[in-house]
Design a protein. Structure first.
Length: 181
């Protein structure tokens, strides 16, 4: 498997880019909401179906891993998984799965209520690659202050994108949680 690829974006379409790597142009399918240009690093998934190879690219390893979890669900192929990742962030998808939010998942074209229920049934409680020590520490601190564990976890995932300092992250998480109330 090609774990990642680095190169310069030389062409961008709605859901596909051409990445120049060592003087070779490589077509990479990406989520539509992924705004990239210039030199980039994409985490990839390579698939050959019907003798047609396709390379899918994602900004983070976690986004790619979520894509792989989604396509493991019966009835969800690459097209539907990319549609989900094009419309929502990984955090929103995980939150929808953990909160059994059928309406959010089924709002994506091609995913009906039955398929949304199947995604929730097969993946709820099984998406754990977002956890790390810093996230756990922030979540535990928020729970000890009386906040709901799921909301604390989601907020912790959000804030570590902005800072890796635990004190700043907890302050920022508290601000975000108080805004949501």
């Amino acid at each position: 498997m090609i774990d990642f690829i680095q190169g310069k974006v030389i062409y961008k379409d709605k859901n596909k880019i051409v990445l120049e790597h060592n003087n070779i142009g490589i077509s990479v399918f990406i989520p539509e909401n992924l705004n990239i240009e210039g030199k980039v690093k994409l985490y990839t998934y390579f698939v050959i179906k019907d003798d047609e190879p396709k390379l899918y690219g994602f900004k983070t390893r976690e986004d790619r891993d979520l894509f792989l979890k989604l396509i493991s669900v019966s009835g969800i192929g690459e097209k539907h998984a990319m549609a989900l990742l094009s419309q929502f962030s990984s955090e929103e998808i995980i939150e929808a799965i953990e909160n059994s939010d059928i309406s959010l998942l089924s709002s994506v074209t091609g995913i009906g209520q039955k398929t949304a229920k199947r995604i929730i049934f097969e993946l709820k409680g099984k998406i754990d690659f977002y956890t790390n020590e810093l996230i756990e520490d922030i979540t535990d601190a928020l729970v000890s202050l009386g906040y709901d564990r799921k909301k604390s976890l989601t907020t912790a995932i959000e804030v570590i994108k902005e800072t890796k300092n635990i004190e700043e992250a907890i302050k920022l998480a508290l601000q975000k949680l108080s805004e949501k109330r």
